[in-house]
Structures are given as structure tokens and as C-alpha cells.
Design a binder for this molecule. Structure first.
Ligand SMILES: Cc1cc2nc3c(=O)[nH]c(=O)nc-3n(C[C@H](O)[C@H](O)[C@H](O)COP(=O)(O)OP(=O)(O)OC[C@H]3O[C@@H](n4cnc5c(N)ncnc54)[C@H](O)[C@@H]3O)c2cc1C
Length: 561
């Protein structure tokens, strides 16, 4: 059963009880050139890349295996929104040649197999310490090195500390009284058991209707006895249109990999979808609707990333796609009252993360599925036998918490990170993150943040941007190595300018006018109630150009010593 926040993933190992023997000499702390935290796609590639420089590297990973997101999120229905063949690593021809995705949008088990395949291929595991959750990271100014400590007391030092701790890796539980009281089965989607979970004949509650909730609800509804969905904020969901990759498509993908990655590289978020060059109101209503229909029938994020170029920045343009999506919900959900409850009223299409679905709306046409609108009847508490809302209590055999993550900064907040002068990162970022290029932080020398806040990678078809992040950081390490330097840190001025640029760039987007995790809002986390943009909205190509220019100018904005 999950406890209250922070939600321990179901498989997180309990720290072994170790009693210190006061007579024993303190063991030497192992020392490496590079310490990496996290063995998801970022940490795995960073390990491989740093090895190519001949550096000693140690990766510390909280889970018992590689894969990060795909290790933890084993809930039913978990799968890509990115086309599988655009998501995998591009850096290794061998990996590309030997791995074949079976579906256009791979499900979690296959993606986890892929991560393990890469780990085997590159012989990564020998440098990864599993079941090692880092609780603190402290900068030693005199030694110009970082020291990390795990929750069970293991320590290590590294000249460089690279966080690869994930944008969506710190699960949150709802702030509802009574969570530990429930006596039935209870799971957070990001801590799903490794053993099969059956829903047959059971009364199941799902709390949460974000991207994860939408996937899980659709899958659970296929076999459940009775399902009750507790929804606070409906989202605009669009069809995924997944399908198997047949032999012809497989050959085509293999042949076109360079072209596919080039297309991703040049698109705003590194997806395969390109914006339509037209504006929504430039065309007649008939042409516009036909275009929306076409996008609605196509696979993936095309309707979000490949739409008219102004739907995410111009309110009048956004209203047209929002009206289209509203009509779609009404067409697909039989009961008008339920359709109404499933229709967002507080944001336009695309201004929050768009869940992709495979029959989600039709779930609510099933006789054994009930939707509870928490805006009308909020949850008062979890009871030993079920969930009490303001109007009644319902009994359940299982509660599924699809309540998401403390996004982008959450995994940082859960580590006690102290830079020069003992300054805590949590304190420095109390008013919102401040970084240079989303890669480094003034006052935290030799620490790099892969897929960190204010980095294009957090608003991206993520592995495409992970490769850029890792290649750039590795280039900087190579530069330090060749110049015999041991320390790098951004200037406060460079950090301030980048942070200002991040906020200015975001301003034109409608998403900054809406509460969402991208805006740093999370009602499940104390203190996350003030809007601050956590991503970078200038687009991946502009971000990459900027990073390359900085490097070409001898790492402008950084002090290297
Ligand atoms: C359900 C789901 C579906 C997604 N689908 C897509 C998609 O289709 N396309 C897309 O681009 N992105 C998707 N994402 C985003 C996904 O997180 C990224 O694609 C990518 O996997 C991030 O890789 P990462 O290595 O940066 O982070 P992660 O995969 O999150 O890995 C971070 C690792 O760091 C470890 N860690 C964190 N803190 C500590 C600590 N204190 N000590 C030790 N270890 C720690 C974690 O255990 C984890 O293994 C999805 C995310 C989720 C949750």
C-alpha cells in the first residue's frame, strides 16, 4: 500500500539495517572521474559517452535495473506517445541495425527489453550500482569534487556529478487523508508491481486522468469487474492509432533512419511531426475542419505538434481546434452528462500535455464504468474499505493512484544537493529554477543536469534531446581534459540571462496562462502553487544552436579553471 507523499515506488528496496562498528576504520570512499545519478536513457548514454574519454564512471540507480521510466512504469497500458522508431538511440549503427520495434508506439515491456538490450550491447552494468538511491550530494570546494551518499550509507566521490534523474521520476500521491488506512490492494502507477495484477471481478478505483491515467483506465476497463474513475481535471485526449510494424515498414524504417533522425533534429520538439506552415484562421472553416479531421485520424502527436503553426500561441486559432476536440468527445461519449464532465473547461487544446488514447472515451459507454467528477463532489478521505466523496462512500477492492509526478524539479528536491558554501539547491530554486542552458547552475561547480529544468530536453521527443545533452556535456569534459582543467561553473550573469531568456521565450505560448506541471503547479506537493515555467520553449534546433555557439566561443558564460 502506498504511503503519503513522497510515494515510495512499490519495488523500492528498504534500506538494509547496517549498524556502524565504532572500532572499524572508516572505509575509503571510492573515487571516480564522473559520478552519474540515474540509469534511464540519459544515464546509460552518459556512461557510454564518458567511457569513450577514458574516464572512470560510476552510475548510481535507485531501481534494480536499467531503463528509468520504463523500469518503474509497468502499469497496464503504459506505452510510447513518440513513434518507437524516433525514440530509440541514434548514436549506434549497430543498435539501430540489430533492434526492431514491433509496434509504431511500443508498449512498456518492449521498451524495457530495448533498454536491457542496449545495456548488454554496451556492457553498461559493470559500472552501475543498482538499489542505490542517492540521498545527498555535497560539493567539496577544496578538492573540487562531489561526494554522494545513498540512503543506506554508501558513499562515493566524483570530480564531476551528472544528474540523470529524470523529468518524470518523482511520483506523487494525492494529499487526501486516510491513504494508509485502505485495506485493499493499492498501487501508484509509477511503482507498479513486477508481478501480474488482475482486475477481473474486482471493484477498482482509478484516481487521476492525466496521460498515465488515460492509458491505465483504457486497459483496466477491458477486464475489470467494475471501474470508477475519479477525475479532477479532464484533459483533451487525442487518438494514438497504434499498429504493428509489418515487414515492409520494418525495411523502410531501417533504410530511412538517417532521414528520420534528420527530420526530428530540425523539428521544434524533435518529433517526426512538422508544423503546418499555415495559420488556422487563414483558411476557410471547411478546409480547417477537414485538416483537423485528417490529423485526428493520423497516428501520434501530429494533431498537437503538426497542426497549424499558431494553435498554441494565438487564442482565436486555439479556440478552433478546441471546438473541434469538444465535438469529438460529444460524438464518442453516449451520455451527454458524462461527455460534458469529460470536456475540459479551464484550458484550450494543447496547452497542457495531450494524452494519447486508444478507446478512452468509449470506456465511459461501458455499463460497468462510472465517472466521478471531483469538481462537483471532491474526495474527503480514503477509508479502510474505499473512497468517501462529499456526497457518498464507495467500496473498492483496489485503488490505482495515477496521480503523476513532481515534474522536472521533483527528483532534485528529493536529494539534499549542496554546492559551494553549503548552499542548498532546493533553497536556490525556491522561487523557480535558475540555470545556464539548463545544464549547469552557478554555485554548483562541476555538476551537470541532463534533461534538467530550462533545458530543451524536457520539452522534446526526449531521447533526441538526451543525445544532444550528453554529447554536449561530453564535449565539455573532453575540453577540460585536453586543457588540463578541473573545474567549470557558469557565471551568475550567464545564468541570469539564460533564465530571463527562458521566461521571455515562453511568454508567447498559451500554456503559460494555464496551471499545469509544465508551469510548476502541482497541488499534491506543498509549495508548488506558483506558476514558473520549467521547460524551454525556444525549440530544440534553437537550443542546440545556442549550445554549439557557446562551445565554439570557448564555453562562453562559463568559468573554466
Ligand atoms: C509513462 C511515461 C511515458 C512516457 N512516454 C514518453 C514518450 O512517449 N516520449 C518521450 O519523449 N518521453 C516520454 N516520457 C518521458 C520519459 O521520462 C523520457 O522519455 C525518458 O525516459 C527520460 O529518461 P531519463 O533517463 O532522463 O529519466 P528517467 O527514465 O526518469 O530515469 C531517471 C532514473 O534516475 C533514477 N533516480 C532518480 N532519483 C534518483 C536518486 N536520488 N538516486 C538514484 N537514482 C535516482 C530513477 O530511479 C530513474 O531510473 C514518458 C514518461 C512516462 C512517465
Amino acid at each position: 500500500m502506498p504511503s503519503s507523499e513522497p510515494a515510495p515506488p512499490a519495488r523500492e528496496p528498504a534500506p538494509p539495517a547496517r549498524e556502524a562498528d565504532p572500532r572499524a576504520a572508516a572505509p575509503a570512499v571510492p573515487s571516480y572521474d564522473v559520478v552519474v545519478i540515474g540509469a534511464g536513457l540519459s544515464g546509460m548514454y552518459q556512461l557510454h559517452a564518458a567511457r569513450t574519454l577514458g574516464l572512470t564512471v560510476r552510475v548510481f540507480e535507485a531501481g534494480s535495473g536499467v531503463g528509468g521510466t520504463w523500469y518503474w512504469n509497468r502499469y497496464p497500458g503504459a506505452r510510447f506517445d513518440s513513434e518507437s522508431w524516433t525514440y530509440g538511440y541514434s548514436f549506434s549503427e549497430e543498435v539501430l541495425r540489430e533492434w526492431q520495434w514491433s509496434e509504431h508506439f511500443s508498449a512498456q515491456p518492449e521498451t524495457l527489453r530495448y533498454c536491457n538490450f542496449v545495456a548488454d550491447k554496451l556492457d553498461l552494468r559493470r559500472d552501475i550500482e543498482f538499489d542505490a538511491r542517492i540521498r545527498s550530494a555535497t560539493y567539496d570546494e577544496a578538492a573540487r569534487a562531489w561526494e554522494i551518499e545513498t540512503i543506506d550509507g554508501r558513499r562515493a566521490r566524483g570530480r564531476f556529478l551528472i544528474t540523470a534523474i529524470g523529468p518524470l521520476s518523482a511520483p506523487t500521491m494525492p494529499r487526501i487523508p486516510g491513504v494508509p488506512d485502505f485495506r485493499g490492494e493499492a498501487y501508484h502507477t509509477a511503482g507498479w508491481p513486477h508481478e501480474p495484477v488482475s482486475f477481473a471481478g474486482k471493484r477498482v478505483a482509478v484516481i487521476g486522468t492525466g496521460a498515465t491515467g488515460v492509458q491505465a483506465i483504457t486497459e483496466i476497463a477491458k477486464t475489470v469487474g467494475h471501474l470508477t474513475v475519479f477525475q479532477r481535471t479532464p484533459n483533451w485526449c487525442a487518438p494514438l492509432h497504434n499498429s504493428p510494424i509489418d515487414a515492409d515498414a520494418q525495411r523502410d524504417i531501417q533504410a530511412r533512419y538517417p532521414e528520420i533522425f534528420e527530420t526530428c533534429r530540425e523539428s521544434f520538439g524533435c518529433f517526426i511531426h512538422q508544423h503546418d506552415p499555415r495559420k488556422a484562421l487563414e483558411v476557410s472553416p471547411e478546409v480547417r475542419d477537414a485538416f483537423y479531421e485528417q490529423r485526428y485520424r493520423e497516428p501520434g502527436f501530429g494533431i498537437w505538434m503538426g497542426n497549424f503553426r499558431d494553435i498554441l500561441v494565438d487564442q482565436a486559432a486555439n479556440d478552433t481546434i478546441t471546438a473541434f476536440m469538444r465535438r469529438k468527445i460529444r460524438e464518442r461519449v453516449r451520455a451527454p452528462k458524462t461527455a460534458e464532465a469529460l470536456t475540459p473547461t479551464n484550458h484550450g487544446f494543447g496547452t497542457r500535455r495531450v494524452p494519447l488514447e486508444s478507446g478512452y472515451y468509449e470506456v465511459f459507454n461501458q455499463d460497468n464504468v462510472e465517472l466521478v467528477d471531483l469538481r462537483a463532489t471532491p474526495i474527503e478521505r480514503i477509508t479502510p474499505t474505499g473512497i468517501r466523496t462529499s456526497d457518498r462512500e464507495r467500496a473498492f477492492d483496489m485503488i490505482v493512484y495515477a496521480t503523476g509526478f513532481d515534474a522536472i524539479t521533483g527528483a532534485f528536491d528529493r536529494i539534499d544537493i549542496r554546492g559551494a558554501g553549503g548552499v542548498r539547491l532546493r533553497d536556490k530554486w525556491a522561487g523557480g529554477p535558475r540555470t545556464y542552458l539548463g545544464i549547469q547552475i552557478a554555485g554548483f561547480p562541476n555538476m551537470f543536469t541532463l534533461v534538467g529544468p530550462h533545458n530543451a530536453a524536457s520539452f522534446c521527443n526526449i531521447p533526441r534531446c538526451i543525445e544532444q545533452n550528453v554529447d554536449w556535456v561530453t564535449g565539455l569534459l573532453r575540453h577540460l581534459q585536453s586543457e588540463n582543467l578541473t573545474c567549470v561553473e557558469p557565471t551568475p550573469a550567464a545564468e541570469a540571462a539564460w533564465t530571463q531568456h527562458v521566461h521571455e521565450t515562453a511568454q508567447r505560448f498559451l500554456l503559460t496562462k494555464v496551471d499545469s506541471w509544465m508551469m510548476g503547479i502541482n497541488s499534491n506537493v506543498a509549495g508548488k502553487d506558483t506558476r514558473t515555467f520549467l521547460l524551454y520553449a525556444g525549440g530544440a534546433p534553437a537550443y542546440r544552436k545556442r549550445c554549439d555557439e557557446v562551445a565554439a566561443k570557448g564555453y562562453e558564460g562559463f568559468v573554466l579553471q
